[in-house]
Ligand binder design. Sequence first.
Ligand SMILES: Cc1cc2nc3c(=O)[nH]c(=O)nc-3n(C[C@H](O)[C@H](O)[C@H](O)COP(=O)(O)O)c2cc1C
Length: 219
Amino acid sequence: MFRTAVVVGSIRANSLNRKIAEILIGMESEGLGLHLVEIGRLPLYNEDLEGDPPSEWQKFRASMTASNALLFVTPEHNRSVPAALKNAIDVGSRPFGASVWEGKPAGVITVSPGAIGGFGANHHLRQMFVFLNVLAMQQPEAYLGGASEFFDQNGALAAEETRKFLNHFMKAYAEWVNRSLAPPQQSIVTRPIRAGRHGTFDESQSAPRIEGMTPTLKP
Ligand SMILES: Cc1cc2nc3c(=O)[nH]c(=O)nc-3n(C[C@H](O)[C@H](O)[C@H](O)COP(=O)(O)O)c2cc1C
């Protein structure tokens, strides 16, 4: 069983993103251990505080360190990530060398009442992930636009298509997490290989040993 931190980029009480995140948590079926990690009370990142870090930072960092995987569900603010989410990412990324994000698999879903579904926030987040070495799932992308129409009066999803898409996303995400966290496989090439005049050889000039294959050398 994994532990997957779900981070909602909105700190608004009636957040559409939080509703989607809660639905995703309810859908869990593949041992992801999804749980919400709150970011709304994190003091603004300031390196001066690292000598005696605020308790909220410490709790957040501990919770993230204990998580194997990440799922971000966020709105877009001015075509980028909301300040609360940027702050959480900054807090988690320091002190230098102790980033809580390092090497973790992640999914990104952006949700907006607007037409383009938070595309700008989605990709600004992915840009940060390059630097932070977060392994963001590439496909399927999830830009959920028109989100103010998603819910019925009881707060349930109004359209079956939305649920289907979220199911599809979560299936791919579970596969991504499982693949990313699987123990490394031994290389199928058992000896070092170098290029030779007549093809590709191993260091002892015999045919390369590749398990399960009969090597053929081109003349
Ligand atoms: C400061 C601010 C900037 C916003 N900028 C965008 C934007 O760039 N693109 C967009 O689609 N919606 C934008 N919105 C609207 C949000 O998408 C909308 O408020 C959404 O409901 C927020 O998500 P939530 O319901 O999860 O809180 C903005 C809202 C605020 C308060």
